[in-house]
Design a protein around this ligand. Structure first.
Ligand code: PEP
Ligand code: MN
Length: 367
């Protein structure tokens, strides 16, 4: 299959806007007056490039506000005319696409609950065949990079050239801090696998609460994201959806003005980068040692595999694994390493250990 990378993608379409490109607007379009006041106050701050508004709202549970529907489209068109800014809405099926195009919506986005469903994404893509409009694809609600990339690929395949990705975090049962855990590594991996796709961060849906918005936005900037999408409402507390995470246009402007935007300079091109080169050498040296240590650990794991085979023992000894895990977490904590990282790190090593033991044991079986 032809990949997005092989297709001719207009990498810089988003850069026509500022860096970062700033998208703001209400979670849901509620009334004409609410939308217009939000948009004009946002435009007045001079810190927004694109106005967003949810017209069709895919809600997790029924009985909540599901959007004003097509009746909001002329209001979005009015916002575009009044502010001179491009407008974007979420689409989830072919009929949404047709209506959005009819009303001159400039940019479309696909929501997290739609990206999970290849049939739905394909339906949207088919409705866009031959249409030249930018489309942003939110990550699916589950942490699945391939599914996210698959959504982008479906749009690329029908000829959409101005594509973008929105990182809005991933649901996680029992998560206490975030509404949707950021799992930054997935977004970083997307950037590495699809470098031509601009990457936008959506701190609103990651945080689910106002007090964390700045920290997450700044982190996205430090990771060199290309843009931000932030929900803004004139009276956030009485918003019909996502009330806790929305901020007024003025609070939004304040947040944006406090962000530190660093230059995207490649270190290697800096003069006098000897010190950096030295530090990088040290890192390479440690990486070598890490790899050697892991390889030695696997060698021992294979010997254990042989021993278990000879003594007819199961591979996974749960008490031993629990002991290793808690020891690592405790030691990691003492070294200032995050529990989530330590757990993923040792689990990955342990999983490989098990596969290596399995290989030893099945090889013996065949003899
Ligand atoms: C939204 O942008 O309001 C929305 C529904 O977001 P998500 O698809 O990320 O849940
Ligand atoms: Mn929302």
């Amino acid at each position: 299959m032809e990949t997005v990378t092989e297709k001719e993608i207009n990498k810089n379409w988003l850069a026509e806007h500022n860096r970062p490109a700033l998208i703001a607007g209400p979670c849901s379009v509620e009334t004409e007056a609410q939308l217009i006041e939000t948009a004009t106050r946002l435009a007045k701050t001079g810190k927004v490039d694109i106005i967003r508004g949810g017209i069709w709202k895919p809600r997790t549970r029924p009985g909540t506000f599901e959007g004003v529907g097509a009746k909001g489209l002329p209001w979005m068109a009015k916002v575009k005319q009044m502010t001179g800014l491009p407008v974007t809405v979420e689409v989830a099926k072919a009929s949404h696409v047709e209506l959005a195009l009819e009303f001159g919506i400039d940019i479309l986005w696909i929501g997290a609950r739609t990206t999970v469903n290849p049939f739905a994404v394909q339906e949207v893509a088919d409705a866009l065949r031959g249409v030249d409009i930018p489309v942003l694809v939110k990550n699916p609600i589950n942490p699945d990079l391939a599914l996210w990339m698959g959504g982008i690929e479906r749009l690329s395949t029908v000829g959409i050239k101005r594509l973008g990705a929105i990182h809005r975090g991933f649901s996680n049962y029992g998560e206490k801090i975030y509404r949707n855990r950021p799992q930054w590594q997935i977004a970083i991996d997307l950037k590495r696998r699809m470098p031509e796709i601009p990457l936008i961060n959506d701190p609103s849906h990651i945080c689910g609460r106002r007090d964390l918005l700045f920290k997450v936005s700044q982190k996205a900037m430090d990771l060199n994201f290309d843009g931000l999408m932030i929900e803004s409402h004139i009276t956030p507390d009485s918003a019909w959806s996502d009330a806790k995470q929305q901020i007024t246009p003025e609070v939004y402007a304040d947040l944006i003005s406090k962000l530190v935007i660093r230059d995207d300079i490649q270190f290697d091109s800096l003069p006098g980068n000897d010190q950096l080169a030295k530090l990088r050498k040290e890192i390479d040296f440690i990486d070598d040692e890490l790899m050697n240590a892991v390889a030695s650990r696997m060698e021992i794991a294979r010997q254990i595999g042989t021993f278990k085979k000879e003594n007819n023992m199961v591979i996974l000894q749960e008490s031993r694994w629990n002991e290793i895990l808690s020891k690592w977490i405790k030691r990691g904590e003492a070294q200032g390493l995050g529990e989530f990282f330590v757990e993923r790190f040792i689990t990955a090593i342990h999983d490989e250990s098990i596969s290596q033991q399995e290989r030893v044991m099945t090889a013996n079986d065949k003899k």
